[in-house]
Design a protein around this ligand. Structure first.
Ligand code: SAH
Length: 255
């Protein structure tokens, strides 16, 4: 786990032997399950350490130090094979973690992995974010809602902001498009009761591109009609005017 050790050191995070053992198990289970189910395109030992584990842990740079407070309620939406939620839980075992994932086979993997790692106070929910955001048990219940590689910002904030209590925050992991996506989501963020706090560039050991951590504070309650029905936030992102190209394809289709 040299890559992970080096990368976390550069971020000012120190990992114990126990953490490293957990990440070794995580790696082996990921690769093993990936033979049967397509969980991730990244399976190379070093690449997983950097692009999955280290990248997930980079969220700590934007979170209250050194970890979130004990019992902090965290939801990771569209977690896939567990990123960023599970690496964060390994390093901050006292958080209360909810993983949300729409694909059944990924949910099965996550349940297996949580057992293998012996993680406590983690639950996996097989659902779409749009459904959860309208359920009393989940709406405005979380201190932090986070996501990586799930949707563009205008759509993503409609998945995440309804889940966060007023006073909590959203953390979105983004690539180089981060600043442009935040700009495009300004209207959506305002409508949903959010306010951009920070756009933080991150450089990871072994990755050339700049990554961004976007933090959006929840400053007001989200209007009841959001999130809209499953599929609508991605089809008609809030506050984004339809692109000309979409309008132009219609007459072409009619021809
Ligand atoms: N966060 C992980 C996975 C990214 S792939 C990572 O960074 O590696 C995106 C995942 O989000 C997929 O597993 C997909 O099933 C899930 N997803 C997409 N839209 C969703 C939604 N509306 N609700 C719940 N899960 C969703």
């Amino acid at each position: 786990m040299d890559r992970l050790i080096r990368g976390t050191q550069e971020l000012g995070i120190s990992l114990s032997e126990e953490h490293l053992t957990q990440f070794e198990i995580y790696y082996r289970e990921l690769v093993e399950w990936n033979r049967r189910f397509n969980l991730t395109a990244i399976t190379d030992y070093e690449a997983v350490q950097v692009r999955h584990f280290l990248d997930s842990l980079s969220c700590l740079l934007a979170l209250p130090t050194p970890c979130l407070r004990a019992g902090a309620r965290v939801v990771d939406v569209g977690t896939g094979a567990g990123f960023p939620g599970i690496p964060l839980k390994i390093v901050c075992p006292h958080i209360s973690l909810t993983l949300v994932e729409a694909t059944r086979k990924k949910v099965a993997f996550l349940e297996h992995l949580i057992g293998r790692l012996g993680l406590e106070d983690v639950r996996v929910i097989h659902a779409r974010a749009e459904e959860l955001g309208q359920q009393r048990a989940h709406r405005e219940r979380y201190d932090w809602a986070m996501a990586r590689a799930v949707a563009e910002m205008p759509t993503l904030v409609e998945y995440l902001l309804p889940l966060v209590r007023v006073g909590g925050a959203v953390l979105a992991q983004k690539g180089e498009s981060g600043p442009a996506e935040v700009h495009a989501a300004e209207e959506a963020i305002r409508i949903l009761g959010g306010e951009v706090r920070r756009l933080m560039p991150v450089h990871l050991h072994g990755i050339a591109e700049t990554r961004y951590l976007v933090i959006v504070d929840k400053v007001a309650a989200t209007p009841e009609k959001y999130p809209r029905r499953p599929g609508i936030p991605s089809k008609r992102p809030l506050g984004v005017r339809r692109q000309r190209s979409t309008l132009l394809t219609k007459p072409e289709r009619d021809r």
